[in-house]
Design a protein around this ligand. Sequence first.
Ligand SMILES: C[S@@+](CC[C@H](N)C(=O)[O-])C[C@H]1O[C@@H](n2cnc3c(N)ncnc32)[C@H](O)[C@@H]1O
Length: 282
Amino acid sequence: MSSTPDQIRVSYDISNAFFRLWLDERMHYTSAVFLSPEQTLEAAQAHKSELLYRFAELSPDKSVLDIGCGWGANLEYLVARGVRKAHGITLSPAQAEEIEARALPGVQVWVADYALFEPTEPYDALISIEMVDHLVSPAQARNGEAVDRYRAYFSRVAEWVSPGACFGFQAILRNRVPRNRKDLLDLQFTADVIFPGGLNPRLEELVAAVNPHWEIVELHTRREDYGRTTGEWLRRLRSHEAEIRQRWGDQVFDDYDRYLSTCVRAFASHWASDVQMKLRRI
Ligand SMILES: C[S@@+](CC[C@H](N)C(=O)[O-])C[C@H]1O[C@@H](n2cnc3c(N)ncnc32)[C@H](O)[C@@H]1O
């Protein structure tokens, strides 16, 4: 594991009420995919889940595991779409509590590290949305361990499905490095304070690491979509500034304002991007 359970709590366990204020109502904490400039964030998040449903080749009779399921927004979409069994794992106890409180038929969640999780039966398909950025620390990447660590992940999860099964996969990416000191410090702040222990992968690392278990059937980058998503999160955060300062303190508001402002610039400037892949188990 790279991000430890304590580091995960820093990123996700401030308070479910805090995240609900500025994410969408279902609490997707990953890039939406917009069909038009007018589309709402809520509709674009549902569209993102629909694309992953199709990549995973799901249908009502099937079972799926969502690896790094957050507060369960995608699981909720899947069962509303008729999927019989939609299971999830997360390292965050607060996220698991939220999913259990939603009491959705067909949904089950475990607080578990993917590297230790032992499914009791094989799944028909897998989905994972922006979880692999927790698998490799900056120090491990500097040591040249990134591709091996991502490959260990793709190899382990391949054991949970049969050959021919599909995997709807999404990841945030790191691309270009900014040139000025303030931008570098803002990115460093985001990594150290908001997502300690993690590092966004490079697309070429993921493409190398799916071998030899997964074939890439489709690949789409979503940089502009993530820029719009984080822009909308920032707008909503600011619209609740007084309440956030009062309930969670000035530091929380200022940190999240700095982090989301940095994200908007990161996607606009090509420092970061996002990828969706349809993978098929070889
Ligand atoms: C950015 S959140 C994305 C949540 C969700 N997929 C979504 O779309 O909103 C990353 C998720 O990965 C989970 N995670 C990180 N490392 C993990 C690990 N080693 N095993 C299982 N889940 C992990 C976190 O607990 C969190 O739920």
